[in-house]
Design a protein around this ligand. Structure first.
Ligand code: PAN
Ligand code: ZN
Length: 179
């Protein structure tokens, strides 16, 4: 059970079983459809296709929480993914905890270093400060993860929208390929 006598009262325990309760108490809900991701994939997504949703909690203190539900699927042979961003504060890192599905976080620095961390339920990915990050759903189920990051992080989407990610993730004859 999530112990939340009212919506703004913490602490909470969020688990792979009770995360829908977190969703129901979240204070902000974003949806990202194909039309919101125009220009991100190699091929253009169908405008109305739902690719992911984000539920944010209004936490007090310096750690913010957001749950991402990334739908399974592909655009052409490229797996569904989030937009990806740098944090505006280059001292703000982040942790992703996977609750459901199969996927990965791909990361890069402004100097061109890249890395990736595969994620399955129970796994945690630590994203160091200064690294852009994007989540990919490489499985056939929803990919669900909780992100924890400083509330002062800020999100820089423009750098990714302009230059894209160095590494991308494709289904090549049934194999997940990072290229
Ligand atoms: C996450 C992301 C979330 C959606 O909460 O914001 O997965 O991805 P985009 O923000 O790239 O669309 C996070 O990294 N927050 O900092
Ligand atoms: Zn982030």
């Amino acid at each position: 059970m999530i112990i939340m006598p009212d919506e703004k009262t913490w602490p909470v325990s969020i688990t792979p079983d009770n995360y829908p309760e977190f969703i129901s108490k979240s204070s902000k809900h974003l949806t990202r459809k194909g039309e919101d991701l125009a220009g991100y994939f190699k091929e253009e997504p169908e405008p109305e296709v739902l690719i992911y949703e984000v539920y944010e909690a209004e936490t007090e203190g310096h750690i913010k929480m957001a749950l991402t539900v990334l739908k399974p699927g592909k655009v052409g042979n490229e797996f569904h993914m989030t937009k990806g961003h740098y944090h505006e504060d280059d001292k703000a890192g982040e942790a992703y905890v996977c609750f459901r599905g199969q996927g990965m976080v791909i990361m890069q620095t402004r100097e061109g270093k890249t890395d990736e961390i595969p994620l399955k339920p129970g796994g945690l990915a630590y994203i160091p400060p200064g690294w852009a990050h994007r989540t990919i759903n490489t499985g056939s189920d929803e990919f669900i993860m909780l992100a924890l990051y400083p509330e002062t992080s800020g999100h820089d989407y423009d750098s990714i929208q302009e230059k894209g990610f160095i590494k991308r993730v494709f289904d090549m004859d049934g194999q997940v390929q990072v290229i």
